[in-house]
Design a protein around this ligand. Structure first.
Ligand SMILES: Nc1ncnc2c1ncn2[C@@H]1O[C@H](COP(=O)(O)OP(=O)(O)OP(=O)(O)O)[C@@H](O)[C@H]1O
Ligand SMILES: [Mg+2]
Length: 224
């Protein structure tokens, strides 16, 4: 039996302090197999982004553990790691896709993707970036700057950037939330197809029921 790519045990997450403290997650446990996908749904404010940030080591839970097992590497209890180690783990083993793309405006599509491969310390970053842009159907736009790309194209660059270093998982926060329905469908297909092809697990926050239904599993936060 394969070890889970991600194991979350008994997670409790409280944000804010004092009278403003808000417990978003209480005793949450889940596992995700290598290459599997999970959609996080729930009303606004239910804690979807916060959980994603916890999985990525950007937020530290009060209780419980987040353990990642990258392919061919030792398991890492990210929730217990120090900040520097968490940042290093993110650079090497995780890819992020956000609602508003977050591409570097002064870098071309190719440079945005290659930069991430360089950060992960990989050789031939430009060649890897070229191959990933080809995979998301943007080889001919590789020298374009983000502001000259459509929303769907920018998000496909972001998907290429999230996958270029061969991460254990991609964490995506409403990756199609800022796109029209048709474009959203194209981007979702690229996201699912490319993460599967790379053997990366996918955790996806979405308000879109059709998109959530494409994931292997759905976790609804904050009750029905
Ligand atoms: N650092 C913080 N301090 C105080 N409150 C916070 C903090 N971070 C998040 N919150 C609160 O926690 C709740 C959950 O936030 P979160 O962003 O995780 O929700 P979400 O499910 O992603 O919502 P949306 O669908 O609107 O993106 C919100 O009420 C938010 O205001
Ligand atoms: Mg959110």
């Amino acid at each position: 039996m394969t070890a889970p790519r991600l194991q979350v045990s008994d997670l409790t997450l409280t944000v804010g302090a004092g009278a403003a403290a808000l417990t978003l997650l209480s005793g949450l446990s889940l596992t995700l197999a290598p290459g599997a996908s999970l959609a996080l749904t729930g009303r606004s404010g239910s804690g979807k982004s916060s959980l994603l940030h916890c999985l990525g080591g950007l937020l530290t839970p009060q209780e419980g553990t987040v353990t990642w097992q990258p392919e061919g590497a030792a398991p890492v209890i990210l929730s217990a790691a120090e900040e520097g180690a968490r940042a290093a783990f993110r650079r090497q083993h995780l890819g992020f896709v956000f609602q508003f793309f977050h591409l570097v405006p002064t870098l071309t599509a190719l440079e945005n993707v290659a930069f991430m491969a360089e950060l992960a310390g990989l050789g031939a970053p430009r060649e890897r970036a070229e191959a990933m842009l080809e995979a998301v159907g943007l080889a001919d736009r590789r020298h374009a700057f983000p502001e000259t790309l459509s929303g769907g194209e920018q998000q496909r660059v972001a998907v290429a950037r999230a996958l270029v270093h061969g991460p254990a998982a991609v964490l995506a926060d409403e990756p199609t939330g800022n796109l029209d329905a048709q474009t959203a469908e194209t981007v979702a297909e690229v996201l699912f197809t490319q993460t599967r092809a790379a053997g990366a697990s996918l955790v996806l926050v979405t308000h879109d029921a059709a998109l959530a239904a494409q994931a292997d599993r759905t976790l609804a936060l904050g009750g029905p």
